[in-house]
Design a protein around this ligand. Structure first.
Ligand code: ADP
Ligand code: ADP
Length: 221
């Protein structure tokens, strides 16, 4: 579904050049749940951002369903990202002035659907993460685990084929972290959603079927 071939990522600032990724070859298959582990600074977020078409590699090819991303216009790329990929971040990125439902609905703003359809999808997504009783709450009235569940619902509302999660349990204690992990495992097993998750936590990584280890920008085999 997403194939990275000979990926190299170099960050160039005025004074220093950082090779964040070197010679990366990874294929994410449909229905897979993979985790990415490695020490801080080894390139995990960079890798996830490249998989999610948020960032471009310096060299190499990213292909989606066999088509090199290079061949798409910016507009086509934005549509692809919007329709196929759901993002979940460590720090939730919710808007505090909007209710839980409005936060989830916001992700559907650029889809061609009616307001009532958007609302219906948002409510369904919140139901899937067990937050039906919190739809009118605001983010600062929720626990960290509940906020992350809103963020997962926001990713789900767009019915993505793949979810990319960057340390989704990183700010949570082990109880809430396990709740989030159970939701992701259920999505993968019951709905067949492909998931790639960056984590520092060996216990979380062990629950996924595939482990990709990075060290200093390279894959450890
Ligand atoms: P990780 O997610 O594993 O902590 P990152 O992908 O965030 O690692 O970063 C990999 C390397 O690239 C690090 O050395 C980091 O300092 C560097 N880096 C990341 N983003 C930038 C940037 N925008 N500009 C310059 N260097 C960066
Ligand atoms: P951290 O884990 O350090 O808190 P995040 O996981 O929140 O960082 O964010 C990782 C990267 O993704 C950041 O560089 C951020 O700019 C980018 N990002 C965060 N939220 C979004 C979003 N909703 N859409 C696109 N990019 C985002």
């Amino acid at each position: 579904m997403i194939t990275l071939t000979d990926i190299e990522k170099v960050y160039q600032t005025k004074t220093i050049e950082t090779v964040a990724l070197h010679n990366i070859n990874i294929s994410i298959r449909k229905g897979e749940f993979a985790s990415i582990m490695g020490p801080s600074g080894c390139g995990k977020s960079t890798l996830l951002n490249i998989m999610g078409l948020l960032d471009e590699p310096t060299r190499g090819t990213v292909s989606i369903d066999g088509s090199p991303v290079r061949s798409f216009s910016d507009q086509a790329l934005a549509r692809l990202r919007n329709q196929k990929i759901g993002f979940v971040f460590q720090s939730y990125h919710l808007i505090n002035d909007l209710s839980v439902t409005d936060n989830v609905e916001l992700s559907l703003l650029y889809r061609s659907m009616s307001g009532s359809e958007r609302r219906k999808r948002a409510i369904e997504a919140l139901h899937k993460v067990g937050l039906s009783a919190r739809t009118s709450h605001y983010p600062n009235q929720l626990s960290g685990g509940q906020r992350q569940r809103v963020a997962i619902a926001r990713a789900l509302a767009g019915q993505p084929e793949i979810i990319l999660a960057d340390e989704p349990t990183g700010n949570l204690d082990s109880v809430m972290g396990n709740e989030i992990m159970d939701i992701l495992l259920r999505l993968n097993q019951e709905e067949g959603t492909t998931i790639v998750m960056v984590t520092h936590d060996e216990l979380m990584a062990k629950k996924t079927e595939r482990l990709i280890r990075l060290f200093d920008g390279s894959q450890v085999l």
